[in-house]
Design a protein around this ligand. Sequence first.
Ligand code: HEM
Length: 423
Amino acid sequence: MPPASKPPTAASLSLFQLLDPAVLADPYPLYQRLREQDPVHWDPYLHSWVVTSYPEVVAVLTKYSADRTPTPEQLAALGLTEMKPFAEMMVRQMLFADAPAHTRLRTLCSVAFTPRRVEGLRAEIQAIADSLVDDVIASGRMEVLGDFAEAFPAIVTARLLGVPTKDHQQLKRWSADFAELLGNFQHNPDRVASVLRSLEELRDYLADKMREQGAAPDKQAGLIGSLMAAEVDGGKLTDEEVIASTIVTMVGGQETTTNLIGNGLYTLLRQPVRLAQLRDDPSIIAPAVEELLRYESPSQHTARVAKDDVVLGGKTIKKGAAVMAVMAAANRDPSRFPEPDRLDLTRADNRHVAFGWAAHYCFGAPLARMEGAIAFTTLLRRLPGLALAEEKPAWRGNTGLRGLTALHVTFARAAAETMARHL
Ligand code: HEM
């Protein structure tokens, strides 16, 4: 008789295991165990419900409260009073608000961040991608994160905000600092001082840019100036809200897009048949980007709070309880996606939750999709013979914002140079 399988323990199902680099390198077996054995799971280590099945993740994102940032009083009770300036900025962001405050902020920001503004950046985004590729062609090798995937969205963000392109490295540093705090569920006291310093620097920087863009309203305004000018029913954003909305756009748009490019390219490089399929038929780029988002979601989980006592997946969740919606696990739920562990670049009916769901659905999704499409098609078209230079690149320690520390690749230099001459 085969040995009886061991019953799951709280430790064997805890998301805390993501702190182990081996689990973080491939979290999907852990997500699968959770989904199969306890899809709405009380995690005593995280002191939170952890939800991993697709219908329940959608329910959490649709109905639960996003108002989850600690108040200054709660911070004081946790002995984290020094985090107050950060918390004050966070509560002004749409990401952490419920209706009607969320509706007001998102509507005003939508007046500034229009589809037309995104479409207007297309040619420039293509030029940014091409110029980053030009810089590496002669070497025949590339570190995808450092040479491309980090700078690309940072330069796009600078253009979007209407600030000098040369500031992109600084924007990247600030955003990386905040992302460490936002994407992780473990509190790292060593980072607090540097994050607070970054927040102060960034606020000064943005206040300066607000003076510039506010003083020249007729010029082709950057997003900062447009946020200042946005008006709905006579209502406008306050200066502090302009700063908070710029920060959420800046942070939301950089780390995630970097990781879409890094994770997506790594996925393709490990499956050369799929890489060749996309290189040979770039017309499938739109569904391919969706599939890469589903398969290796840059934003793995997000947090909510139960508004009332509710029953979810047969479990009673008490009002005020913390709930983690693990989008990356829902995106591999076989009840929603046939053969979820197979990369299918033309997958039909691919309504993944990598951009979230419902009211907080990613505000920058059209820009992210455009950046992803341009990045993948440009890299595959201009770098023939693209191949991994190392078998197992390391994953960053961030449990929520999934991404690689580095991705070394090689390509056929002579062929790439010849192609570059004919562009
Ligand atoms: C591949 C790239 C991206 C991914 C995977 C991504 C993912 C997400 C997810 C999962 C959410 C919902 C979070 C939640 O419900 O708690 C979200 C919201 C948001 N994203 Fe993105 N994002 C990406 C790119 C961008 C870009 C380029 C921008 C802006 C330029 C952006 C700005 C935002 C904002 C402002 C929100 C808050 C929306 C709200 O609360 O109503 N994101 N994003």
